[in-house]
Write a protein that binds this ligand. Structure first.
Ligand code: IPE
Ligand code: IPE
Ligand code: MG
Length: 239
């Protein structure tokens, strides 16, 4: 008798570490920023593919807290690019039923980016087709540290009993509160590491690493990742 698959074959939440823009640019003898610009097309294509396949949450790791250490020119270029994406794609996103959200240290972002971001999040608040979550100035350890601070404050104020702290207390204080954990984590460009991304949330995520560089990643590669996921047997510690 065929074994019944207890989990749906389409992941509810896909998270992607979009890596390899720099290597793509190098391969094409272009400046690094051209690689980031080329990655924009992949973002658009993957968002469409996610909607097409019925994925409900898509998180894109676009900029880490560690990425602020990159050369000023590259950081400025990335922020400008981000602002452009938010400004140019917003209308279409709204029409397609996409809700834009963000996780990360919003306060670190340049004012102009923050404003575009806040407007985009506000304008798409009621949309329910796809939650597109951008990880910006995101770091998992700082996220957990801030959660610990918030919990400690509640204990100190007397509104929380330390004995009553549960896993849910922790997850409710993360940037991802109200967002289910990723079922599938994709990393492009072949690197076998997590790079400070969603350490708490990916406890039981299935991991798909592809050698394809982010600017070359599109709907075909996304479908391959989903097929890989559908073939996995998720056990969650059971038998
Ligand atoms: C990923 O591409 C985009 C960001 C981290 C902002 P990279 O810029 O890290 O590309 P590689 O890893 O140098 O190829
Ligand atoms: C991870 O990529 C961060 C993003 C994709 C935004 P990095 O290129 O920054 O990570 P490392 O340096 O390879 O670990
Ligand atoms: Mg990289």
């Amino acid at each position: 008798m065929a074994k019944e698959n207890p989990v749906p074959s389409i992941p509810q939440h896909v998270a992607i570490i979009m890596d390899g823009n720099g290597r793509w640019a190098q391969k094409h003898h272009l400046p690094r920023l051209s690689g980031h610009e080329a990655g924009r097309k992949s973002v658009k294509e993957v968002v469409q593919a996610a909607i097409h396949h019925g994925v409900r949450y898509l998180t894109l790791y676009a900029f880490s807290v560690e990425n602020w250490q990159r050369p000023r020119e590259e950081v400025q270029g990335l922020m400008g690019l981000l602002r452009g994406v938010l400004r140019d794609e917003l209308k279409e996103m709204g029409e397609q039923g996409i809700r834009l959200r963000m996780i990360g240290r919003k306060q670190d972002l340049p004012e102009a980016v923050r404003e575009e971001l806040e407007a985009a999040m506000e304008n798409t608040l009621g949309n329910t087709k796809l939650d597109l979550i951008l990880a910006l100035s995101y770091g998992s350890r700082v996220e957990i540290t801030e959660a610990v601070q918030a919990v400690a404050r509640e204990v100190k104020a007397g509104s929380l009993d330390p004995e009553a702290i549960r896993e849910k207390t922790v997850s409710d204080h993360l940037y991802t509160r109200e967002i289910p954990d990723p079922d599938l984590l994709i990393r492009t460009s072949g690197e076998m590491r997590i790079s400070n991304f969603m350490l708490w949330q990916i406890s039981y995520a299935e991991i798909h690493v592809t050698p394809v560089l982010w600017p070359d990643f599109g709907k075909k590669e996304f479908a391959l990742a989903l097929a890989d996921y559908a073939g996995r047997e998720r056990r969650f510690g059971g038998v």
